[in-house]
Design a protein around this ligand. Structure first.
Ligand code: HEM
Length: 262
């Protein structure tokens, strides 16, 4: 007994950095999620790129009323217009209206199929539980975001994602659905009037389609920053499905590196 005590005592005197690192391999993402995640990425980029070409043709004439929808300003005063001419020029998005239409009309199909497959997969496999936030996720949202901004250990709980991630991923599904339905409403306003009605009319559909795209862009920027901050191991996990985790108590163990993990 005395011997055991002395071993425990000695172990507590050894600095953590001198303890061996015990690594464990954990499955983090299923094959289906990884495939759908990486199929979605290029498709979404092409949809945004081709959509901007279409939008250029619409907003090129400053005197057309519609372009006023997409601006920041008060009354007739416009502070910022989406998008300034230099934006189209730099990204070579001007004068490619028909190319934009062709790509948009082609890629929307695999984009929709992949999105529907993802939702069905979540529903059938039960993985929706990892994504859908609980009431406490909303209550702790401010704290989780603050923890992340200050690079503190996240206070969120859960198997894979923290509350902020669950809220973001669920919102993304809603944004995706709104983007697709509003797109259909703009494409077939008379032959598919239900989509237009759901969106609150043609003009509202255009507005929703535009702002859901901005939301996608904002998500991608934050998602990439979070991914980089979470580290190489986490980024690898969305490719390989597995993550290497240090056992608690061993030298490299850390409870969490960012709001990307629990
Ligand atoms: C280069 C681009 C991207 C990288 C490097 C990336 C990286 C990652 C990583 C590392 C995860 C896992 C996070 C974790 O395990 O905690 C993840 C999950 C996820 N990402 Fe991305 N991502 C990219 C693009 C996108 C895009 C464009 C979208 C959609 C707009 C997206 C939506 C999601 C969703 C919904 C999840 C959760 C999937 C699930 O578990 O069902 N990602 N991503």
């Amino acid at each position: 007994m005395a011997g055991h005590d002395s071993v425990t005592h000695t172990a507590s005197l050894v600095p953590r950095s001198h303890l061996p690192t015990v690594l464990r391999i954990e499955e983090r993402h299923s094959l289906a999620v990884r495939w759908m995640h990486w199929i979605n990425f290029p498709l979404l980029i092409i949809m945004i790129w081709s959509g901007l070409m279409i939008y250029w043709a619409d907003s090129v004439d400053l005197n057309v009323l519609e372009h006023r929808v997409y601006r920041v300003g008060i009354g007739d005063f416009t502070l910022f217009r989406f998008f300034p001419d230099w934006f189209y020029r730099i990204f070579r998005l001007n004068n490619h209206f028909t190319r934009g239409l062709s790509f948009h009309a082609l890629v929307m199909w695999p984009f929709i199929v992949n999105g529907v497959a993802y939702v069905l997969y979540l529903a059938i496999s039960g993985e929706w539980r990892r994504i859908v936030p609980s009431a406490s996720d909303f209550a702790q949202l401010a704290r989780t975001v603050l923890d992340d901004l200050l690079n503190r250990e996240t206070s969120a709980t859960g198997k894979t994602y923290n509350g902020a991630q669950r809220i973001a991923y669920t919102l993304l599904l809603i944004v995706g659905a709104a983007s697709v339905i509003s797109g259909i409403a703009i494409w077939k306003p008379t032959s598919l009037p239900l989509a237009t009605a759901i969106m609150g009319g043609y003009r509202a559909a255009r507005l929703i389609h535009f702002w859901t795209t901005i939301a996608f862009c904002a998500f991608i920027c934050i998602h990439l920053v979070q991914g980089i901050r979470a580290g190489w191991g986490r980024l690898q996990s969305i490719v390989t499905g597995f993550e290497t985790v240090a056992e608690p108590g061993s030298s490299k163990s850390r409870k969490s590196e960012s709001a990307y993990g629990d």
